[in-house]
Design a protein around this ligand. Structure first.
Ligand SMILES: NC(=O)C1=CN([C@@H]2O[C@H](COP(=O)(O)OP(=O)(O)OC[C@H]3O[C@@H](n4cnc5c(N)ncnc54)[C@H](OP(=O)(O)O)[C@@H]3O)[C@@H](O)[C@H]2O)C=CC1
Ligand SMILES: N[C@@H](CC(=O)OP(=O)(O)O)C(=O)O
Length: 383
């Protein structure tokens, strides 16, 4: 439970697409107070207003306009307990080398590990640590119970940490699909197969992102690494945690009932909001009807809402009845982009059920997820 005190927090990568979202969400937050901002050497030493290319629809919050941007080094964040990372994946952490629980203070060590080793709670958007066997990959509307892995992460670190840890949120397209899948598994038991085709917004590629000549009047049927991330991350998020005879915990990757996921990812000329066409086959026979599926999606409530996390959406999944919704331009800002929208729930002639899901890639797909994860960590006494 939150004890009422305001926890000082910093943002790494504060000038980027995701970083700006963090700044907006944290400028006036009931649990957190924004205390320090970090970015690259290009930005360090400037005020935030001078360093950032501000792309939000509201003005830069007054509390940060004149704050100095620092390099992302723990000494500049020493008063903070928590850092939110919107860092470029090239500097956030290593790729594919795990476990990495040694102390990392060296100036050239990956940035998120340096902060963890200095006993900060790190909430990251970057992909680097998602496959780490001791790092929870949390979609806050789905699997906050995985936060329990933080204790093992701290204990296995050398030296063991009192407060530090890394928690990541998922890829923005993974986030959109796992919310309805979790609701359906809760209501009807395991899903066996899932086919998903994405139409992903340009903002997912950061700023300035794709050249206009590549994306206007066009669809690009490839996003590097995206399909692999969706297929792998879905299993970690929807799976459980098992404990070996030695007491060591492991993510089971949905092993009790294997789930096959096939993803096809496309970039489309939309600014914000990833749309995904999803078909699923259930293990149970006969499968639920479209009406039963609609009711299960509508009735799904996240632990984040039950625990009264301030950023949790009232409707985890909003189910549209209109035949032509959800649409990114109309539906991406509903509930400040913190929930997901589902529509067109119907029978699938190949699998069982198909539907469309819309998730705001820069809100629940990125910064809002991290902030909710931190709110959950506070409510669960991890911070
Ligand atoms: N955009 C999206 O929808 C989503 C993005 N993500 C992930 O979030 C992260 C950020 O993405 P996004 O905001 O789009 O990226 P941007 O390119 O917009 O921003 C990157 C940020 O990282 C900073 N940075 C770059 N190099 C360094 C360095 N050497 N040291 C310190 N800071 C540095 C930049 O600072 P400076 O301005 O000084 O260069 C900037 O603040 C990425 O890992 C991305 O994969 C995850 C989900 C969704
Ligand atoms: N790749 C996503 C955004 C992103 O940065 O994903 P990840 O956090 O998995 O690297 C997109 O282009 O829409």
């Amino acid at each position: 439970m939150h004890d009422g005190r305001k926890i000082k927090v910093g943002v790494l990568g504060a000038t980027g697409t995701v970083g700006q979202r963090f700044v907006v969400l944290l400028a006036d937050h009931p649990f957190f107070v924004l205390h320090a901002l970090g970015a690259s050497q290009r930005s360090a030493g400037k005020t935030y207003a001078l360093a950032v290319t501000w792309k939000q629809t509201r003005p830069i919050p007054a509390v940060v306009r004149d704050v100095a941007v620092h390099e992302c080094s723990p000494e500049f964040f020493s008063d903070c307990e928590v850092v939110f990372s919107g860092l470029d994946a090239d500097v956030a952490g290593p790729i594919g080398v795990f476990p990495c629980l040694a102390p990392l203070f060296a100036a050239n060590a990956p940035l998120e590990e340096r902060f963890r080793s200095a006993d900060f709670a790190v909430f990251s958007n970057a992909k680097n640590h998602r496959r780490d066997p001791n790092v929870p990959l949390i979609v806050p509307l789905v699997n906050p119970r995985h936060l329990s892995m933080v204790h093992q992460q701290r204990a296995l670190h050398s030296p063991p940490l009192q407060k530090g840890f890394i928690v990541t949120n998922a890829n923005c397209s993974t986030t959109g699909v796992v919310v309805p899948l979790a609701a359906l598994e809760k209501a009807f038991g395991p899903i066996e197969s899932c086919m998903v085709t994405t139409m992903q917004a340009i903002s997912g590629a950061g700023y300035p992102g794709l050249p206009s000549m590549d994306i206007i009047d066009n669809v690009v049927p490839y996003i590097s690494g995206e399909e692999e991330k969706m297929e792998w991350e879905t299993l970690k998020i929807l799976g459980g945690i098992t404990e070996g005879d030695d007491g060591r915990k492991e993510f089971d990757m949905h092993a009790k009932q294997p789930l096959r996921v096939s993803a096809s990812c496309n970039r489309v000329p939309v600014i914000e909001g990833h749309t995904e066409c999803v078909s699923v086959r259930f293990a149970r026979r006969p499968p639920p009807s479209p009406q039963q599926v609609r009711e299960a999606l509508l009735g799904f409530t996240s632990d984040a809402w039950t625990l009264s996390c301030p950023s949790a959406p009232r409707h985890t999944i909003f189910v549209h009845e209109e035949a032509d919704r959800p649409q990114p331009r109309l539906d991406r800002d509903y509930q400040a982009g913190a929930g997901v929208s589902v529509g067109r729930v119907r029978q699938c002639r190949v699998l069982d059920i198909k539907f469309v899901v819309l998730a705001n890639n820069v809100a629940i797909g990125a910064a809002t997820s991290s902030v909710l994860n931190a709110e959950l960590a506070v409510c669960k006494g991890l911070i």
